[in-house]
Design a protein around this ligand. Structure first.
Ligand SMILES: O=C(O)CCC(=O)C(=O)O
Ligand SMILES: [Fe+2]
Length: 298
C-alpha cells in the first residue's frame, strides 16, 4: 500500500531535503511533533530513498488542492456550526475587559476581524511569559543555524496549558464567552513568534481524514474554529491571509481574527484555507486558540 502523505508534510520533507537536513533529524522532528513511528519511517523512506516519488506526490496533491471545491450538496451559504451570534447583530461584544469590536466580517470563508480582544497590557504580559519558554519550534531548523533560507521557516513557539496562569485562564474564559465554545474544547494556547522573512504557508487548521499523519489527531475530535490573537504591531507584512476570500487581516496589538470552518453536519470548509504572510519588517507575535468539536481536555 502506498503512503498517503498530506501536502503540508510532503512540502516540509521536500524543504528538508533541499536544506540538507539529515534523515535522523527529520525523523526526530516528526516524532517530536506527534507522528507515529510507522508513518515517520515510511515518510522518511519515501523522501530520502525515492525523492522523485515525493515530488510526484507534491505535484499531484497541489493540483488536486487547486481543483478542490466544496461538495456540490453544500448550500451556497456556508453555515458554520459555531458563529458568534452577537457579532451578527451588533458591532460590539461586551466582555470582561471592555467591548470587543467587530472590525470586518466575511460570510464565506466565515471570518470575523476583531478589535480590542486583548488589552495592550495583556499582550505584553503574554509575550513576556512566553518569551523565555519558546522552544525550538522545529528541531531541524534550529540545528541548521540562522542562515536566510532557514529563517524563512523558523518560528519559535510555546504551547501553554489551560489555566497555566491567571491571564491565560482569563483569556480562555473570554474566548468561551465570545464564541460559546466551552473552554475544555480548546487546545492550550499556542504563542508563536515570527522574525523577518518568517511565514506560515497557507494551510487548513482542520485535520485531513485521509492523511495517516493527521488521522491520529482526530481521535480528540475535529477542529471547528480558530482564534488568532495579535500580540504586537508588526512593522511590515505578517497579515493573516485567506486567499479564497481575498481577505488580509493586518496584525495589530490586541486585535484578533476568528474563523469557523465546520458546518452543522461536521463538514470542513475548504474556503478556510489561510496562512500568515511573511513578515517584511519587525517581528510578529501571535497567540492561537484552536477549538474542537468536543472536549479535548477531560
Ligand atoms: O500567523 C498567522 O497569521 C496565521 C496563524 C495560523 O494560521 C495558525 O496559527 O493556525
Ligand atoms: Fe492556521
Amino acid at each position: 500500500m502506498s503512503l498517503q502523505l498530506h501536502i503540508d508534510l510532503a512540502r516540509w520533507l521536500r524543504d528538508r531535503l533541499d536544506d540538507g537536513t539529515t534523515r535522523e533529524l527529520v525523523m526526530a522532528s516528526m516524532l517530536n511533533t506527534g507522528y507515529d513511528a510507522k508513518t515517520t519511517e515510511q515518510a522518511c523512506a519515501l523522501a530520502f530513498d525515492t525523492p522523485e516519488k515525493l515530488d510526484d506526490i507534491i505535484a499531484k496533491q497541489a493540483k488536486a488542492a487547486e481543483n478542490a471545491k466544496p461538495p456540490a450538496t453544500w448550500a451556497e451559504e456556508f453555515t458554520p456550526s459555531h458563529t458568534i451570534a452577537l457579532a451578527e447583530a451588533r458591532n460590539r461584544i461586551p466582555a470582561d475587559h471592555g467591548d470587543i469590536r467587530i472590525v470586518a466580517r466575511s460570510g464565506r470563508p466565515y471570518v470575523l476581524a476583531l478589535g480590542n480582544f486583548l488589552t495592550a497590557d495583556e499582550c505584553r504580559e503574554l509575550i513576556e511569559y512566553a518569551r523565555g519558554r519558546m522552544s525550538r519550534a522545529t528541531v531541524v531548523n534550529s540545528v541548521d543555524g540562522g542562515d536566510a533560507v532557514d529563517e524563512r521557516r523558523t518560528s519559535e513557539l510555546v504551547m501553554l496549558r489551560l489555566a497555566e496562569t491567571a491571564l491565560i485562564d482569563r483569556i480562555d474564559k473570554r474566548i468561551e464567552a465570545m464564541t460559546g465554545i466551552p473552554v475544555p474544547h480548546g487546545e492550550g494556547l499556542q504563542v508563536m513568534r515570527y522574525g523577518v522573512g518568517a511565514e506560515y504557508q497557507a494551510h487548513y487548521d482542520y485535520f485531513d481524514f485521509a492523511s495517516p499523519g493527521e488521522a491520529m489527531h482526530l481521535k480528540f475530535g475535529q477542529r471547528i474554529a480558530t482564534l488568532v490573537m495579535y500580540l504586537n504591531d508588526v512593522d511590515g507584512g505578517g497579515e493573516t491571509i485567506f486567499p479564497n476570500g481575498d481577505i488580509e487581516v493586518v496584525p495589530q496589538t490586541g486585535n484578533a481574527v476568528y474563523f469557523a470552518y465546520t458546518d452543522r453536519e461536521g463538514r470542513s470548509d475548504t474556503m478556510s484555507f489561510h496562512g500568515g504572510a511573511p513578515v517584511t519588517s519587525g517581528e510578529k507575535w501571535i497567540a492561537t486558540k484552536w477549538m474542537r468539536e468536543r472536549p479535548y481536555h477531560s
